[in-house]
Design a protein around this ligand. Structure first.
Ligand SMILES: *Cc1c(COP(=O)(O)O)cnc(C)c1O
Length: 419
């Protein structure tokens, strides 16, 4: 039977052999730090492979040694995650930030230049601008709407074009849903590559989860996730993942072993459980988001809605990027209320079903105020330029019935306008 099944059909079984676990239908939590070798020869062989001391024999897999190096919960999780993005390999981490920082540290060295899209997730932005410079790594940035030529000029103007080692982007941008062109970013990386230096493209794909955007198909070398968001999806675990080719993930796992920031068996087990419902959750979230956006688009107390589904032909390049690289409008909506901070706060304080919290991608709907919460660290001028003002609310749409979500938003908007 050669049928290539869809990822959602394989999330309950792929990579797990019940006969190795007393017939248990579910993969147990392998809560163990170390693994017993059958004999000394086996231990020797496992270490040779783990440390790359000799090439792997045909069909020889990395044996279980020690849970900082590998563990069945993590290996099965990594195998399942590769299916959504059709990646060769995956490495899971104890947080999204540990996946991101490990990749940056592995592929950058003193003197190198890193090109980033702006804005980035606050934690990534901080690490890149405040911590990497301590190691002599330089940063250049471009923003939404800049053309390939303009971006190439930014790199050339830095005087360090020959030191460009990585292009790192995040799309859609948080919280405005502005899109960065993945294919164009790859062309820029290729433009600055040479025979002895490949410039890698890394994409933080957290906002679109593994379902709605597949950066490797658009040319990316590495995909990064905060698995805390859609992949985990229940607001009960912090985790991260990195996907790419065998060659690149081998390097990432090498550094992970020495930083010791792999996910724990318990985290791996929670994510295995989450993956079984990833498709159904995200389908409902995307459907709900379309309904909620439609409601917001027509509400008199709402000034502007930032939602991928609102892009049309007249938005030009943004629309075309969406058509090329996004398979859905996603589950994130930002909107400006008519009014000021006080009005936005009245709205947030009046919500009954939707929780006032940061983070995203979970089963419950969440609302927050980017200007004073997630993006308070972004300097005020840039915030204005990105239209992250006191009027903006960010919504992460959950799996509740959309009529109840809309009811809640409607009653909170009424309280806001009546005050
Ligand atoms: C949350 C988030 C991160 C950081 O992930 P953690 O799991 O919180 O460490 C990185 N990038 C994006 C886009 C995020 O939303």
């Amino acid at each position: 039977m050669d049928r290539k099944m869809k990822p959602e059909s394989l999330m309950m079984s792929y990579g797990y052999k019940p006969e190795l676990s007393e017939g248990a239908i579910k993969c147990p939590i392998f809560q163990t730090s170390t693994f017993v070798f059958k004999n000394a020869e086996e231990g020797k062989a496992f270490f040779e492979v783990a440390y790359g001391l000799r090439p792997q024999n045909e069909g020889e897999e990395l044996g279980l040694i020690y849970s900082r190096i590998n563990n069945p919960d993590l290996e099965i999780l990594e195998n399942r995650l590769t299916l959504w993005d059709e990646a060769e390999e995956c490495a899971v981490f104890e947080s999204g930030m540990s996946a991101i920082t490990t990749v940056l540290l592995e592929f950058l060295k003193p003197g190198d230049l890193l090109l980033i899209s702006s804005p980035l997730y606050g934690g990534s932005d901080h690490f890149i601008k405040k911590i990497l410079p301590k190691f002599g790594i330089n940063v250049a940035e471009f923003s939404v709407g800049q053309s390939k030529e303009e971006i190439i000029n930014i790199v050339n103007a830095s005087g360090m074009a020959d030191k460009l080692a990585m292009v790192y982007i995040e799309t859609p941008a948080n919280p405005t849903n502005d899109l960065i062109d993945i294919q164009c970013s790859k062309e820029i990386a290729t433009h600055f590559s040479s025979v002895d230096k490949q410039v890698y493209l890394a994409v933080d794909n957290t906002y679109m989860g593994p379902l709605w955007q597949h950066p490797i198909k658009q040319g990316a070398d590495l995909i990064l996730y905060s698995a805390t968001k859609y992949i985990g999806g229940h607001s009960d675990v912090i985790a991260g993942a990195c996907l790419g080719s065998n060659e690149l993930i081998k390097r990432v796992k090498g550094l992970r072993t020495f930083l010791g920031n792999m996910a724990s068996p318990n985290t791996g087990w929670l994510l295995l459980r989450s993956l079984e419902t990833l498709k159904v959750r995200m389908d409902v979230q995307a459907n709900n988001a379309n309904k909620v956006a439609e409601f917001l688009n027509n509400h008199p107390a709402v000034e502007k809605v930032y939602f991928l589904g609102n892009l049309t032909e007249k938005d030009g390049e943004q629309y075309h990027i969406k058509q090329r690289q996004c398979l859905s409008n996603g589950g994130m909506i930002s909107f400006d209320v008519k009014g000021h901070e006080k009005d936005a706060f009245t709205f947030l304080n009046s919500l009954k079903l939707i929780k006032l919290a940061v983070s995203l991608g979970s089963t419950e709907s969440l609302a927050e105020h980017p200007a004073t919460m997630t993006h308070v660290d972004v300097d005020i001028e840039l915030r204005e330029k990105l239209s992250i003002t006191e009027k903006m609310i960010r919504l992460s749409v959950g799996v509740e019935h959309y009529e109840d979500i809309i009811f809640d938003i409607n009653q909170a908007l009424e309280k806001m306008t009546m005050q």
